[in-house]
Design a protein around this ligand. Sequence first.
Ligand SMILES: [Zn+2]
Length: 249
Amino acid sequence: MDAPMPPPLEPLDETWDRALCVVAHPDDMEFGAAAAVARWTGQGKWVGYTMVTSGEAGIDGMAPDECRTVREAEQVESARIVGVDTVDFLHQPDGVLEYGVPMRRLLAAEVRRHRPDIVITGNFRDTWGGRNLNQADHIAVGKAVLDAVRDAGNRWVFPEQLEGELEPWGGVREVWAFGSPESTHGVDTTDTFDAGVESLKAHAAYIDGLGWENWDPREFLEGMARGTGQRLGTAFAAPFEVFPMGWGD
Ligand SMILES: [Zn+2]
């Protein structure tokens, strides 16, 4: 028997100017969301990246100190390919991130600094759907992102950040988690799909280090984008779960 058809997706709101993407690792954006970023930068929107770690524990055959440099360079290049010029690295320890006040403080500062309308993170549900478990860093970051967006708007939370040029920022309308199994929305990535593939390929040392025989980034992304596109009514699409940050939504 065929599995039941997943429900249709609503198009994401695109009436915004600035989005900040906050993820645990270099490569997180590129495994599914980079083509959406290329679409938005192509519309003239500003998109920035914040990497909580530098993915320095991500290549089995490369020690963290060397790996950090390699992966930061790959991330800057993969961002450039999709029109992103701002990539911040917060240098938190890869693989052992903890959800809590220290991470909220770091992320609130990023939100206050960049003043986005939308904050994007990766899936932070326990699974990717089915039995594939999510990774601990992704869950810690996603939860902290939601809290940090609220923290950023409250001048009495992390007030030491406001002693210089930073101001509170309560302007984030929504947080979006791409790749969530609870996704209700999607964005058409048909026209920018190739840029998304190139962006993933920029993580050459990382992909090499995975040691997956004959793994093809294009084929991998196409499989996901096509299934999501069927739910949105487009050739290709990327899926997002939407968390409204205002009251009364
Ligand atoms: Zn990751």
